[in-house]
Design a protein around this ligand. Sequence first.
Ligand SMILES: [Zn+2]
Length: 324
Amino acid sequence: MFLTGTQLKEVFLKAKKQRFGIIASNVVFDTQVRALIQGYAAVNSDGLMQMSTGACKYAAGTSQDLHIGAKMISAMVKIFSAQFPKCGIGLHIDHATPNYFDFIKFCIENDLVSSVMIDASAEKLEDNIRITKEVVELAHKYNILVEGEIGHIKGAEDEIVSEDELYTKPEEALEFVIKTNVDLFAASVGTNHGVTKGENVVLHLDLIKEIDDLLIKNGVERGLVLHGASGLTDWQQQTAIANGVVKINKDTHYQMDMASAIQEYWEKEKYAIVCPPDVDPAAYIPNKSKFDPRKWLIKGEEKMQNTVMEFCKMSGSANNSILL
Ligand SMILES: [Zn+2]
């Protein structure tokens, strides 16, 4: 079933207490929504769908109207997840920068989401705090959770970055959490997307613990979030969870699943839609039973479903739904 913000809060509190991680999965299409929700439900896990502003624009078609896109994705997630009463599914806005403030407001006021991320990490810390606080004040009126972030470097194309810029400073994390009152905090520990190309980027899993310990010591314990986690090993993710991470973002892995499963199908079934070189095109009849989109999209869907089931077992969220 679809989770309200209040229920999602309960999910993250349980995850933090028992030290397991909730897999947050980016979606655009109905095939992905089906695959993921079925996967979460199959292992009795709660889960979170995420829509980026780009995904919302894409979902709206040529109008690029992200309000339409968000309504569509939200409706899909709500309607589909209603089939699974023992599996809680939330919907989150991923990486909305400050220029999308009105969009965040629209999604909150129209009851489309359970949580939102305001990513003002490209701003100076004081501006990030001011903007994030504004989103928190609005969202909390509707019991919607807010994820904030500090520590991202500016510009993904920067060739040279200093270590200090890459990693979240624990004291800044503490200041940010106290001043903004965010529910979830994205720590920058070396996994940033757009930055992960650097072989000199080292994962600082101990930094997660340092931040978590500092927040707890100051009476402001929060769930920490790991971004750009598609390429990480099980051990790295499990260590991050043990150190305080409750939300693990996944996008790229599913994209690869979908592409590879469908590529495999078409490599085998090419001549169902392409005339073989030794056949007269006038005599060629394409094979409807093979090119029906339901026959090949399902391959990607099945692979994604299996992947999210494995993710939930790895992160410990399997058999831990608050609705069981
Ligand atoms: Zn991210």
